[in-house]
Design a protein around this ligand. Structure first.
Ligand code: GLN
Length: 514
């Protein structure tokens, strides 16, 4: 009886559990993006990192954040189940974000240019990053999989459920890039980072208090195993204990970008070999070709995200140094501009979802949508090139960056929700979880590549500031021009390949609604 009551009530026509997952992920992304928006400035302005070192650290952190969900997903599938993994990840995230609120002392630069840093504060900071990496690793992929579990196979609401969920992600990002950035820039870094931690605490509370609505979904596949003991300790606690210990590894690795680079290359190569091996030995005909099509598409997402993720490094620094951010006499913090991406997603996600359905048989196939995404991200940089070129000797008008975010967001909507859906439909059922992991692994590589690309526009700083506007503008121009051509070039290449990929997909993507 009580179950029926729960079933009858819906959230915009969706199972009510989506309400819980929507708000949990909203708060998780609030903490994630609030912190990420401040990160490069915190490194460059507070700890006086060079642009190069700041970009690379953001890259190593973001790469690990997106690589570890592969392991978190595996552990949830095999042992913990999604619900427990999410609670554990949430706790790590609250601790990590609150740890970020510890600033220690600001670095100082002497007249001779020598920089003195608070090494203890930096180690606390790296350890906090490790907790966040572990936390996202346990939460991110699993909460998406749990959304998928709310719908029976063939439930037509699945795609629109994912669209709503994607809007929740961006509502969190929108609020964070306004609130955390404002607190961080106005009152001090620890207020911005602390707010991120408090947001994550709300997320954890939302998830725990909504357990009843999950109605047993997301529980472990191996409850007896978790209850059993090894060495006198419950297996479940051993898993938590070992996971907490792994932060020691992430703590060290995040500080060594070359280790991150090798690990990503190794993970990429092993995944690729496994996919080819699996396709040849376990699949044939249609299923094999569909898996190849998906793999080719995933490779192209690396290029898309590598360009798109400039937002948190080069574009963020560009906004700070070279953009005219004054509106009615008040200067808007640079990081606040990131909120346009989230805002456009919230406004446009339903429009795009509607458009694809409305286009019916003219709905472009996934490969064409991906090629469009690449061209749009390229064109976004074209807008910045234009903005710099018409700015004369002054600062660049803010409208150009807003236009860039508009174009980048249209690209994101042609690739990200469409891609998640494609993963679940093009991979064989037995390896969907693994292929979702590979999807995020591709993003992980992009994050790393993005930081290396951002270094093309590195500017020599003094006390965390770029001394000369026009030198800075020239460096950004060089990078943005390069990215403009890269986006258009790879977009055109994918368009040329699209008929082949379409054939390999065997019409499966026709079912895609968004
Ligand atoms: N913005 C989306 C999120 O935060 C997608 C990120 C990605 O896949 N690179 O979930």
């Amino acid at each position: 009886m009580s179950n029926m009551n729960i079933e009858e009530k819906t959230f915009f026509g969706h199972p009510r559990a989506l309400f819980i997952l929507f708000f949990t992920e909203m708060w998780e992304r609030f903490s994630f993006y609030g912190m990420k928006a401040l990160l490069v400035f915190y490194l460059v302005k507070y700890h006086l990192f060079s642009d190069d070192a700041g970009n690379l650290l953001v890259g190593s952190y973001a790469a690990l954040v997106y690589a570890v969900p592969v392991i978190g997903g595996f552990i949830a599938d095999k042992y913990l189940g999604f619900r427990k993994a999410i609670v554990f990840g949430g706790i790590m995230l609250v601790l990590g974000h609150l740890g970020m609120a510890f600033e220690g002392n600001a670095a100082t630069q002497s007249m001779t240019g020598e920089i003195t840093r608070d090494n203890f504060a930096l180690q606390v900071f790296y350890f906090s990053l490790a907790l966040i990496i572990l936390g996202v690793g346990f939460l991110k992929a699993n909460i998406s999989s749990l959304v998928g579990e709310l719908y029976e196979v063939g439930d037509k609401r699945r795609d629109s459920g994912f669209t709503l969920f994607y809007m929740g992600i961006n509502l969190g990002s929108f609020l964070a890039t306004i609130i955390c950035v404002w607190l961080g820039e106005t009152y001090g870094w620890s207020y911005g980072f602390g707010a991120a931690g408090i947001g994550m605490f709300f997320g954890l509370m939302t998830f725990i208090s909504g357990r009843k609505l999950l109605q047993g979904k997301g529980e472990s596949n191996a409850p007896e195993y978790l209850e059993k003991t090894s060495f006198g300790i419950k297996n479940e606690w051993i898993i938590y204990g070992l996971s907490v210990l792994s932060t020691l590894i992430f703590w060290q690795v995040v500080q060594r970008h070359e280790v991150v680079s090798y690990s990503l290359q190794l993970a990429g190569a092993v995944s690729f070999i496994y996919i080819v091996y699996y396709a040849i030995t376990q699949l044939n005909g249609k299923a094999r070709e569909q898996l190849f099509a998906l793999t080719i598409l995933i490779v192209f997402t690396i290029v898309f995200w590598a360009l798109f993720e400039q937002a948190y490094t080069s574009m963020n620094l560009f906004a700070d140094r070279a953009l005219d951010r004054t509106v009615f006499g008040t200067e808007i913090p640079a990081g606040t501009f990131l909120s346009f991406n989230a805002l456009f997603i919230i406004l446009l996600a339903p429009v795009f979802a509607w458009l694809w359905v409305k286009m019916g048989k003219y709905n472009p196939n996934t490969a064409v949508k991906f090629s469009l995404a690449l061209m749009l991200v390229g064109l976004g940089f074209g807008a910045l090139v234009m903005g710099i070129n018409v700015s004369g000797l002054g600062k660049v008008a803010a409208i150009w960056l807003i236009l860039t975010y508009f174009l980048h967001t249209c690209g994101e909507l042609c690739l990200s929700p469409v891609g998640l859906s494609a993963v679940t439909k093009l991979s064989p059922v037995k390896i969907v979880g693994f292929m979702m992991g590979v999807w995020f692994l591709a993003t992980a590589s992009s994050e790393f590549i993005a930081s290396v690309l951002a270094n093309i526009a590195s500017v020599d700083t003094s006390n965390g500031l770029a001394p000369d506007l026009n030198i800075a503008k020239q460096s950004y121009l060089k990078l943005f021009e390069y990215l403009f051509y890269t986006g258009l070039g790879f977009g055109a290449l994918l368009l040329v390949l699209s008929p082949v990929i379409k054939k390999l997909m065997h019409g499966v993507d026709k079912e895609l609604n968004n």
